[in-house]
Design a protein around this ligand. Structure first.
Ligand SMILES: Nc1nc2c(ncn2[C@@H]2O[C@H](COP(=O)(O)OP(=O)(O)O)[C@@H](O)[C@H]2O)c(=O)[nH]1
Ligand SMILES: [Mg+2]
Length: 241
């Protein structure tokens, strides 16, 4: 039988519960889930490639501005490609209603308390939506900086939205999310004069975690650099489709 810990054993100033608990109870189940997801993501990626579908996975903490960026992007993206959106939240159709009002085809996925979007759900959504060839698909992932980092969806571009209101330290606190992203959109730059976040420190922290990540500073509210972001997307799409 394992020895019970004594009060004196707890001397450290940090308790690494994630590592301990994962090791004891959850790691086998998580490994299975993640291995299955890797396979499905590979299948999705092959499907997207063979059907010329460019897929953008938008990730962030809740409220960083994913839906607002999507709205600004959909209004400014000058393309003849089909454009589709998958909206993912634990609950509600709120964001989908906005997408619908823009006349863009959409599908809502509600994960309830499951809390994460995986490659299989995305494949089911694209089959139901009957996405045409030569299309762009935006996926608004759930607002969470932890579990979505573990789930490859087969996307072409993984975008982390970092709001300046979150402070400079989030890349260091949630490194997996930043490590796995291709591009970081630093959003809400219009608020910089009113808060203490330093853009240079935020940029440095992002690059500490991921030295090859692209960074763009935008404001979904004022439209700052939204055209540059749309131009960037169209260049990527042109190369892929
Ligand atoms: N000031 C400012 N507010 C923004 C900006 N982008 C989003 N917001 C606001 O931030 C809140 C959350 O935005 P939302 O797009 O719903 O975030 P999501 O949860 O990541 O989809 C809303 O009240 C938006 O109006 C921005 O660039 N500047
Ligand atoms: Mg949203």
């Amino acid at each position: 039988m394992a020895m019970k810990k004594r009060v004196d054993d707890y001397t450290a100033d940090c308790i690494p519960t994630g590592a301990l608990r994962n090791a004891r109870n959850k790691i086998e189940i998580e490994k299975e889930l993640i291995m299955a997801n890797i396979e499905q993501a590979k299948h999705n990626r092959d499907y997207f490639k063979s059907h010329s579908i460019y897929v953008i996975n938008l990730l962030s903490s809740p409220g960083a501005g994913k839906t607002s960026i999507l709205e600004a992007t959909l209004k400014n993206l000058d393309t003849k490609c089909g454009v589709y959106v998958i909206e993912c939240d634990l609950q509600t159709y709120t964001d989908s209603k906005l997408i619908k009002s823009l006349g863009v085809e959409w599908m809502q996925i509600n994960t309830d308390n499951g809390g994460y979007l995986d490659a299989e759900l995305v494949f089911e959504a694209i089959c139901r939506m009957k996405i045409k060839r030569n299309s762009i698909l935006f996926i608004e992932n759930i607002g969470n900086l932890i579990s979505p980092a573990l789930f490859d969806l087969g996307e072409s571009l993984r975008v982390i939205v970092s709001s300046v209101t979150e402070g400079e330290d989030k890349p260091l606190k949630f490194p997996y999310m930043y490590e796995t992203a291709n591009l970081c959109l630093i959003n809400k730059t219009d608020l910089l004069p009113h808060i203490r976040t330093r853009l240079d420190i935020l940029r440095k922290n992002i690059q500490t975690i991921n030295s090859s990540i692209l960074i763009m500073e935008i404001s979904a509210l004022t439209g700052e650099n939204i055209n540059e972001w749309c131009d960037f997307l169209l260049t990527k799409v042109k190369w892929t489709l």
